[in-house]
Design a protein around this ligand. Structure first.
Ligand code: UFG
Length: 350
């Protein structure tokens, strides 16, 4: 199958590309390289199984005409849409950028899909969208673990920018069905994505880095003075926030499973998590165990917008598609991030 992957030079997108190539698909990455890494594409081309089937176009997803041309030329049937701005804090400061890049950018892609239905190959049939647990906002305790039918009330522009795309896809898919088009969409709501490809070829390289596991590892490596825990007075067993850490390889696997099994004329949503949560303190202890190095810890103030506990009930995707997270052991997940970061201390610049 020919798959267009937006944001394929980024953290999660590049792992999905690796998996698609390994499964024998033809892939074109569209990435504006604002936060993605050309080096990830180079590494995949040179060293990944099937790397010779990987195309790359430096484009913004807002360039509808250019995207439509790629769909036509490469006979694209599936779009996996990862490209987005993803920092919750930044979204509060720059909401218009988030709605431009995430919401309007996605609308441009959906428009390109719509235009492609008149192409000779029939155009795009599947749209797999990177949504987020941030669309749930602060779910009440009785909704945790979170199922897909939990009310979605995002509490920041990042979550809102993604929820709007879910809504646009629902409407676009039903309108397409009314016009006899075989178009379907899947909204994959990620929990906390972690780890790196087990072969060490690609990994997580964010600038600035805001995520707990890489920050804790940087502290263990001595690249930061320590880890500040954002609040230890939450209503959780040890007072720190609980999150569901899902391995990036499992996430890539889920995308391919969904792509193969999703149906035309419907929009589905799945939570992608392991189904259990770990507290910030548990993560810090696990990083100390895995790295064998102590992490100096300071207790800081709560970070705005952090819900006390977010973890998935992943039963729906298990029941409907047979997908299960393979990586459920926190230490093993962290070990892959540790391997990546110590062998690539400056990320892709290493
Ligand atoms: N944390 C600290 N100190 C740090 C960094 C993080 O205590 O230096 C804490 C946070 O307060 C939070 C937990 O560690 O309680 C995890 O924080 P991350 O920043 O790693 O991840 P978030 O849960 O904030 O957000 C992630 C993604 C979002 C996504 C969300 C969905 O970054 O894009 O998961 O659950 F929306």
């Amino acid at each position: 199958m020919s798959v267009l992957v937006t944001g394929g030079a980024g953290y999660i997108g590049s792992h999905a590309v690796q998996r698609l190539l390994a499964e024998g698909h033809d892939v074109v990455v569209v990435d504006n390289l604002f936060r993605g890494h050309l080096a990830a594409i180079d590494r995949l081309r040179q060293r990944a199984k099937g790397g010779d089937r990987l195309g790359f176009e430096r484009l913004d997803i807002g360039q509808t005409d250019a995207i439509e041309a790629i769909i036509r030329e490469r006979r694209i049937e599936t779009i996996m849409h990862f490209a987005a701005w993803t920092y919750v804090g930044e979204s509060v400061e720059k909401p218009v950028d988030y709605y431009t890049n995430n919401t309007a950018g996605s609308l441009s892609l959906i428009r390109a899909c719509e235009r492609s239905w008149s192409h000779s190959h029939g155009g795009v049939k599947r749209f797999v969208f990177s949504s987020t647990a941030a669309t749930y906002g602060e779910p009440p305790a009785e909704h945790v673990p979170i199922r897909e039918n939990c009310p979605q009330h995002p509490i920041n522009p990042y979550g809102a920018s993604k929820l709007m795309v879910e809504r646009m896809l629902i409407d676009a898919v039903s309108a397409a069905a009314r016009h006899g088009r075989n178009f379907g969409a899947a909204c994959l709501r990620y929990f906390n994505v972690a780890g790196a490809d087990r072969t060490g070829l690609i990994g997580e390289d964010h600038d600035p880095e805001t995520h707990l596991i890489p920050i804790a590892i940087q502290a263990a490596l001595g690249k930061r003075p320590g880890l500040t825990i954002f609040g230890d007075d939450y209503p959780t067993p040890d007072g720190t926030c609980i999150r569901d850490y899902v391995h990036v390889e499992d996430l890539a696997d889920a995308h391919v499973t969904v792509m193969q099994k999703m149906r035309a004329r419907e929009t589905v949503a799945y939570n992608l998590g392991i189904g259990r949560g770990y507290s910030v303190r548990e993560v810090a202890s696990a990083v100390e165990r895995v790295t064998g190095k102590p992490i100096p810890i300071t207790i800081g103030k709560r970070r705005a917008g952090d819900p006390p506990a977010l973890f998935a009930d992943p039963a729906k995707i298990r029941r409907e598609l047979g997908w299960n997270a393979g990586w459920t052991d926190l230490d093993r997940i962290i070990a892959t991030a540790w391997d990546w970061m110590r062998h690539n201390p400056d990320g892709y610049k290493s």
